[in-house]
Design a protein around this ligand. Structure first.
Ligand code: MG
Length: 390
């Protein structure tokens, strides 16, 4: 195995775990982080959470779970190539969306609006809350007790108000310190994965077409290249080959650009990476522009497509109604959440109990949120299989 670069995260330079534990015997500390994430209930629930398309719309679309696996695959490849810690990049990638609400961004925006008077709702911060507090399965500590480096990568950023409550990790955010290279890779692997797989899912759904995508020069060039190489291929192969080629281009560009920057600046340690004024991992200006154009296209044509928006409106109604039902009567939540809300109301007032309600709603899968909403509000907004598709 190739030796890690001096700026890679290693067990030796790790800032460790909040609760000291015996070192693992047959795996590394970062593998242990990854394993704890995979065995968490929040990770299993990702399979029933929306990426763009709600589960009922078809079995072949990405969910938060398959998205997270694709992010981990891309991040690991890039980490290996840049000689940094693959296990850490994988752990961060698998955990990065654990705090996501049901119904994708629509659900998150709705919950953030509900929480405006109580400190808001930020999904990165919620992912950290999941691994630090909400997963309760270990007898010796609360949360998953992950390493500092994994927690740093999961948080990415948060508001200054929230950072104040996060101790050493919050101080990093307030000092505007960068996370390590592995976290920076996981962050951009997320972008590479969603931009490319949303094109695939968008094409599969029929909501966008290749003819439309030709407006984005990066896709148009990729399409011409693929068509030239495989003239007359089937539509399914064409979708896949274009996605594959786009990932290949973006990954190679990121490795070349970042590799060159790392060689030039040669940071001596992970702390040197953290103190740099800007991220060391990135795309060339051409690929960064391509990513922005593709993102803008997807936003306008797919995420804001009337069919997707229709579901987003339902999502907003469900999250907002559930929030007010639970806030008015904690007893409408399962006993353990009701007890926590009552305790939080005593110790931290309305903001404390609202946070417990937000934690409960954020943890729901799409289908559980549909069912709970139907039971408590008497209105079934759950589409039938395939109903949202043209
Ligand atoms: Mg993501």
């Amino acid at each position: 195995m190739t030796a890690l670069a001096p700026y890679a995260a290693t067990e030796e330079n790790s800032r460790g775990r909040t609760h000291a534990e015996d070192p693992p015997t047959d795996r590394t500390e970062y593998q242990r982080d990854r394993d704890r994430i995979i065995h968490s209930a929040s990770f299993r629930r990702l399979v029933y959470k929306t990426q763009v398309f709600v589960n009922h719309e078809g079995d072949h679309y990405r969910t938060r779970l398959t998205h997270s696996l694709e992010v981990a695959q891309v991040a690991r490849s890039m980490a290996r190539s840049l000689r940094v810690n693959e296990d850490l990049a994988e752990a961060i990638s698998l955990a990065h969306d654990l705090g996501h609400t049901p119904f994708g961004h629509a659900g998150q925006d709705a919950l953030d609006r509900c929480m405006q008077a109580f400190g808001g709702f930020e999904h990165n911060l919620q992912s950290l809350r999941v691994v630090d507090r909400l997963e309760q399965r270990y007898a010796a500590f609360r949360g998953l007790n992950l390493t500092f480096e994994a927690r740093e990568g999961i948080l990415k950023h948060c508001s200054v108000d929230n950072a104040r409550r996060l101790g050493e990790l919050g101080q990093h955010v307030m000092d505007r310190r960068q996370p390590g290279v592995e976290a920076q890779l996981a962050n951009l692997a997320d972008e590479i994965a969603y931009n490319t797989h949303d094109v695939d899912d968008g094409l599969r759904s029929g909501l966008i077409r290749f003819e439309d995508l030709r407006e984005v020069p990066f896709v148009a060039e990729t399409l011409s290249r693929v068509d030239e190489r495989y003239p007359g291929m089937g539509a399914r192969q064409r979708n896949f080959e274009v996605g594959r080629a786009m990932i290949g281009t973006l990954v190679s560009d990121l490795i070349a650009t970042s590799g060159e920057r790392l060689r030039r600046l040669s940071p001596a340690s992970i702390d040197a990476v953290r103190s740099h004024d800007e991220p060391l991992i990135g795309f060339s200006p051409t690929c960064a522009a391509a990513q922005r154009e593709l993102k803008a296209f997807l936003r306008e044509r797919l995420y804001f497509h009337p069919r997707v928006r229709g579901m987003s409106d339902h999502a907003e109604e469900i999250v907002t109604s559930l929030f007010s039902v639970f806030r008015e009567d904690f007893g409408q939540m399962p006993a353990e959440h009701a007890r926590r809300a009552r305790e939080a109301a005593k110790t931290a007032g309305a903001s404390g109990s609202a946070r417990v309600v937000a934690d409960y709603i954020a943890g729901m899968t799409d289908r559980f949120a549909f069912q709970t909403h139907e039971e408590l509000c008497g209105c079934n907004l759950q589409p039938k299989a395939g109903e949202c598709l043209p």
